[in-house]
Design a binder for this molecule. Sequence first.
Ligand SMILES: *Cc1c(COP(=O)(O)O)cnc(C)c1O
Length: 354
Amino acid sequence: MTTPRARKALDGIPVYRPGKAAHSEDHKLSSNENPYAPLPGVVERASAELARMNRYPDAGMTDLYRALSDRFGLTTDHFAAGTGSVAVLFALLTAHLEDGDEIVHAWRSFEAYPIAADLTGARSVRVPLRADATHDLDAMAAAVTERTKVVLVCTPNNPTGPVVSASALADFLAAVPDHVLVVVDEAYVEFVRDPGAASGLAALAGHDNVVVLRTFSKAYGLAGLRIGYAIARPEVAISIRKATPPFAVSDLAQVAAVASLESQAALDERVEAIVQERIAMVAALRQQGWDVPDTEANFVWLPLGDDALDFAAACDPVSVRPFAGEGVRISVGTPEVNAELVSLAAAWREQHPA
Ligand SMILES: *Cc1c(COP(=O)(O)O)cnc(C)c1O
């Protein structure tokens, strides 16, 4: 008897397994979520949409694209939204990759990259980070072949934290052929304070092959509603829209995103509070002797190597994100839980002198 068989490409893709439930939501420093409640007015505006759930959402995402157009000074056809920027990336890759094509990205970087590549049947080419946890853009440019259709640049890099510098991105874009799409994943851009950091938007202004990915999940605190978007030249944005399932983004998410964009002052305030907590956390951990890479995101990376799983277990009741054999990513949460984590880290070091 034969049974239906999914594509071979799926064999290497892990099934999602939920982690251990956190002690409390505030103790969950494992998913780079925003510890703050939604911005002022967002819950009220979204609540009004709840009563209209018998209706399909606006598939044209009119209000959202208009708000983004106003925000960035680009016509509405420069945007393509989806159920989180990961879904936008999947749509982009579906639209541009065929079996046997190659996609180049740094490693360790965002876990969704190799999965997204595998799903399309493309080959993902992983270029190791440098010792300081930054992208090695020279090696990434050298890894581009005639099969390469897409390069992914994650800045700040999840899970290690550093940004790509503006000059490094400029050199990279000069080196990469114009027909290769360069995706600049800026999921954490709001937390960046380094004046020398690359800007995906500035790169897009000079290069037709750049695609910027943004999300409402992190700084804006809408992770549970699933909404993110790409900014690209219209032909590319349209290709993403075509590859996105219709009605994917709920009106609830669209309205919440628009209301969040209107709450810029409150957003800036809480992002700045998270940045200050990050700076304090990095300083405290370095003081304890940890080798923490520079981070411009809402998380810090501890390069623990083989101790990653042990350390994560020792952090209980704080839940952090271990990468076996590599390190642990810790999201910046509320000041109380950050302090708890910092003392757990100190206790661990006392028991494991370097
Ligand atoms: C969190 C994250 C995203 C965005 O995820 P969505 O919730 O799907 O918008 C994208 N890229 C990176 C690197 C991330 O860490």
